[in-house]
Design a binder for this molecule. Structure first.
Ligand code: NOJ
Length: 549
């Protein structure tokens, strides 16, 4: 059984499961809850402290499950509530906590509330749970504003009776109206529902956008863009969102141990502590490494800034190298000049062939990318704070770039349209075995096709090699548990700009060589290394851990 330590999350290794692509017990091509339960021994052996499940709720899958049709149930394709309870029991029996995803900014258009809203018509209480407005221009045929959705295209869509509704993401994800007390009460019910079932914590999707000032006249897109994000912006990171979280905090603290939460909040750095405070959600994601190159100066700055930021709120920081929304880090570090999207995030543009190792321009350095990814992972796992790992990174998986357009599912691909390859490449079902119709994921097929090279990255194949990425993660996570100490580090001058060296108070020491020249280091106390380490040096693009044990 899990312990009752209320601070378990502060330095936890949290493993993100994308349920539809993890393990498929019933063989319908879609991963399910029973599949996760069947792999609890694997998760326990990996050495993680918690799993975070991306949405497993009933969904039409317009956005990979982030379009939730019922917040208090399991998608029938993934199982039942009883299956969920069995999974929680199996994970808890291994001392692994369970974090679930809550998606409060929007529902699915299939949610009964939205269906009611469409049927009830303008001015009805059912419509007031969402954000409906009259259009502009002759007959109200134009959207109320020129706002854009985060997935591209307009942020408004028109109901059959002529009113428009706001969707900051896909058309199938209408934004909720958080000024409506019914909406607030319902989410409190949802948080209690899962907490009562033994869930230990929550990951809050788009935590910075719930509350909105929709008073007329609504600003134009250009006006919105020009407004400061200081807590009074009409749509983003409003101060009043913390009234919602103060109420949620009371819910979390009514359990023993208190339920935890981590905010997915894309806000100005200085405002992250507002979400991470103990009175609010308690922890917030730090996504800085997702946008960084494999470069010592960037890593050092990011570590320093985020440790300070976390300290200012009393929380701990979070380290993320990969998740279900970004190109896998082995691939990012293998591209010569990662393309960036408008927000500065690495993006794969349609039509480039960088990722196709057999293509005409085989510019992805697969081995180099993986070498750097292993070094970055070992660096990050030794930092104070919690580490969020994304399923498959422990196998050193690269992004799957060779998906046919016809197989793609991500709305960002369709709404760009076709310009942004989207996020399917990091969501391809995991390979468990070397061979087989779906490499052990399920019976035959997988809902996103797996490439032939998945076999050699499978759990089965990697378990046979002492130097595989899986073995590295297992060793690192086991040692991390043993070595984890108070949340501090001290930088040590390595005398080279491309080498980072730090020490935790218990003597756990990390030397990361981000350059290509070997770094002389004559130490007998190396306990782990991301590559083969010849005596007396840390090779280029590798990290070593030192500890007296
Ligand atoms: C953030 C999630 O991580 C992403 O996958 C999703 O598409 C959006 N929020 C919208 O819910």
């Amino acid at each position: 059984m899990t312990t009752t330590d209320a601070t378990w999350w502060r330095q936890a290794a949290v493993y993100q499961v994308y349920p539809r692509s993890f393990a498929d017990a019933d063989g319908d091509g879609i991963g399910d809850i029973a599949g996760i339960t069947s792999r609890v021994p694997y998760l326990a052996r990996l050495g993680i402290d918690a799993v975070w499940l991306s949405p497993f709720y009933p969904s039409a899958l317009a956005d990979g499950g982030y379009d939730v049709a019922d917040y208090r149930d399991v998608d029938p394709r993934l199982g039942t509530l009883e299956d969920f309870d069995a999974m929680v029991a199996a994970l808890h029996a291994q001392d692994i906590r369970v974090v679930v995803d809550i998606v409060p900014n929007h529902t699915s258009d299939q949610h009964e509330w939205f269906q009611e809203a469409l049927a009830a018509g303008p001015g009805s209480p059912a419509r007031d749970r969402y954000i409906f407005r009259e259009g502009t221009g002759p007959g109200g045929a134009e959207a109320p504003t020129d706002w854009e959705s985060a997935f591209g295209g307009p942020a408004w869509d028109r109901a059959a009776d002529g009113q428009w509704y706001l969707h900051n993401f896909a058309v199938e994800q209408p934004d909720l109206n958080w000024a409506n007390p019914e909406v607030r009460d319902d989410f409190v019910r949802t948080l209690r529902f899962w907490s009562d079932r033994g869930v230990d914590g929550f990951r809050i999707d788009v935590a910075h956008m719930l509350t909105k000032d929709m008073s007329e006249p609504l600003p134009s897109r250009a006006e919105l863009d020009a407004m400061p994000r200081d807590g009074a912006h009409p749509l983003i990171d409003r101060d009043d969102v913390h009234e919602v979280y103060a109420e949620w905090r009371q819910v979390f603290n009514s359990y023993d141990p208190p339920r935890t939460a981590v905010a997915e909040a894309w806000v100005d750095r200085a405002r992250i502590p507002l979400y991470a405070r103990a009175e609010s959600l308690g922890q917030a994601f730090n996504f800085d490494l997702l946008e960084a190159d494999f470069a010592a100066d960037q890593f050092r700055r990011i570590v320093t800034e985020n440790l300070e930021l976390a300290a200012s709120s009393g929380s701990s920081t979070t380290w993320v190298l990969s998740n279900h929304d970004v190109v896998r880090h082995a691939t990012r570090y293998g591209l010569p000049h990662p393309e960036r999207d408008a927000d500065g995030r690495p993006a794969l543009k349609h039509g480039n062939e960088w990722l196709l190792s057999g293509g005409r321009q085989p510019r992805l350095d697969r081995a180099g990318g993986l070498r750097r990814a292993r070094a970055a992972t070992l660096f990050v796992l030794a930092l104070p704070g919690s580490a969020y790992l994304y399923q498959g990174e422990e196998l050193g998986l690269h992004e799957v770039a060779e998906l046919d357009d016809a197989d793609r599912q991500d709305p960002t691909f369709f709404r760009s349209p076709g310009q942004d390859l989207g996020r399917d490449g990091c969501r391809v079902p995991l390979p468990w075995t070397r061979t087989g119709g779906s490499f052990g994921f399920g019976a035959d097929g997988a809902h996103l096709p797996q490439p032939a090279w998945f076999g050699q990255c499978s759990v089965e194949a990697e378990e046979e090699h002492h130097d595989s990425t899986l073995t590295l993660y297992r060793r690192a996570l086991a040692l991390r548990r043993e070595l984890q100490s108070v949340e501090q580090l001290t930088w040590i001058d390595a005398g080279r700009a491309d080498v980072l060296w730090f020490e935790r108070p218990n003597g756990w020491t990390v030397v990361a060589n981000f350059g290509t020249e070997p770094f002389p280091l004559d130490r007998a106390d190396i306990v782990l290394a991301s590559t083969d380490v010849p005596i007396g040096v840390v090779p280029g693009e590798s990290t070593v851990w030192l500890a007296s044990r």
